[in-house]
Design a protein around this ligand. Structure first.
Ligand SMILES: CC(C)(COP(=O)(O)OP(=O)(O)OC[C@H]1O[C@@H](n2cnc3c(N)ncnc32)[C@H](O)[C@@H]1OP(=O)(O)O)[C@@H](O)C(=O)NCCC(=O)NCCS
Length: 350
């Protein structure tokens, strides 16, 4: 069986920098509040009409493919993770396949929110290990700025998120000491509603036990997926119980990181770099403290980009690599937690 290694990595963030003070134009918030609670100073927002989740994914992919010494025609499978797709369906994978004029290779879309990239990487890893594919493109991209409530009502969610994309090319290696050593995927749907965007959807309030997650019109058929009422009542935006998310995140991050190390007979002291999903700087600091990691062992760039969900890990990994913080033989752990809840890790030897 082969191991998978990252043969090329790329990232793309939009030019438009949006500071915390810029957000004050739309909502009652402050730079102090945002920095104190999340560590975020600024984020990037995509061009409203010229950039989409897919186009950002395309830009990151071009760099990753070139760095792997390949052309888009060499890619034999695509895995695309996002929660903010260009279309409800089809997914971004096929749009990327079209934009990069690739062969008619398989394109799989992953919907695991903040854990999306690690889940996508794990799926790609299995295809490489079995020898089925040789050059897999794994992409994480988000255009959050299109789907958030920028009024004061939505401020607890909208100040956190930013746009961007990251991509890697996975290839087989026969060196069993290199590449992805193991991946670890988890879920617990008991808390599905506390970090969720309910609408548009087919739930019809089925799961909410009396709570109206959607107001729809009385029609015999249809009109429940997305109604005028839902839009009038701002039920088309993400919903988050921040403190509840925080509490579970600081428990699951260390758990899944230690799981990856234990599986491979390694310890936190062996880690060159932990790249946590950039959910909140306070969460990363809590995890660092709990695992007794030094500052140089944990990479954070949420200060510049906010939480870019499925894109945050490949963006952070790409920046860390470009800054020379990851090089040959380094042990790197990618770890994520998010909506679902889902959480995951991948341990790799660069
Ligand atoms: C969202 C988060 C930053 C909120 O911080 P918090 O300290 O828990 O704040 P709370 O939600 O309890 O709100 C505290 C107060 O700030 C207010 N507030 C919320 N958002 C605000 C904003 N952007 N600006 C100013 N005030 C805000 C609230 O209305 C509340 O006011 P009140 O006390 O008068 O009711 C924090 O809970 C968090 O980061 N959670 C994890 C979220 C996350 O990581 N999500 C992604 C998962 S992958």
């Amino acid at each position: 069986m082969f191991h998978s290694k990252i043969a090329g990595i790329g990232m793309y963030v939009p030019k438009n920098v949006v500071t915390n003070n810029d957000l004050k134009k739309y909502m009652d918030t402050s730079d102090e509040w945002i920095q104190e609670r999340t560590g975020i100073k600024e984020r990037r927002f995509a061009h409203r009409t010229e950039e989409t989740t897919t186009t950002m994914g395309v830009e990151a992919s071009k760099i990753a493919i070139e760095r792997a010494g390949l052309t888009p025609q060499d890619i034999d499978f695509i895995v695309f993770a996002t929660l903010s797709p260009d279309y409800y369906f089809p997914g971004c994978g096929v749009l990327l396949q079209r934009a990069l004029q690739m062969k008619s290779v398989g394109a799989l879309d992953v919907r695991n929110q903040c854990s999306g990239f690690v889940y996508a990487l794990s799926v790609a890893d299995q295809f490489i290990k079995t020898g089925m594919y040789k050059n897999i493109l794994v992409v994480g991209a988000e255009k959050h700025s299109f789907g958030l409530d920028f009024s004061t009502r939505g401020r607890n969610v909208s100040v956190i998120f930013g746009d961007g994309a990251g991509a890697v090319v996975l290839q087989p290696t026969e060196d069993s000491n290199k590449g992805i050593l193991s991946t670890h995927l988890h879920s617990d749907g008991n808390n599905a509603e506390i970090l969720a965007m309910y609408n548009p959807g087919t739930h019809a309030n089925h799961w909410s036990k009396g709570q109206q997650l959607a107001d729809f019109d009385e029609a015999e058929l249809g009109e429940m997926f997305m109604s005028h009422d839902m839009i009038d009542k701002a039920q088309n935006f993400p919903n988050m119980d921040g403190p509840a998310v925080f509490k579970v995140a600081v428990e699951k991050f260390p758990e899944v990181i230690l799981e990856s190390l234990k599986t491979n007979g390694l310890q936190t002291s062996d880690l060159k770099l932990l790249i946590p999903h950039q959910a909140n700087l306070r969460i990363s600091q809590f995890v660092q403290h709990k695992l007794k990691l030094r500052d140089d062992q944990v990479y954070n760039n949420i200060q510049k980009y906010g939480n870019t969900t499925a894109a945050s890990i490949p963006i952070a990994l790409c920046e860390a690599w470009e800054e020379g913080k990851v090089s040959d033989d380094d042990l790197v752990c990618l770890a994520a937690f998010g909506s679902g809840f889902t959480w995951a890790s991948a341990l790799l030897r660069w």
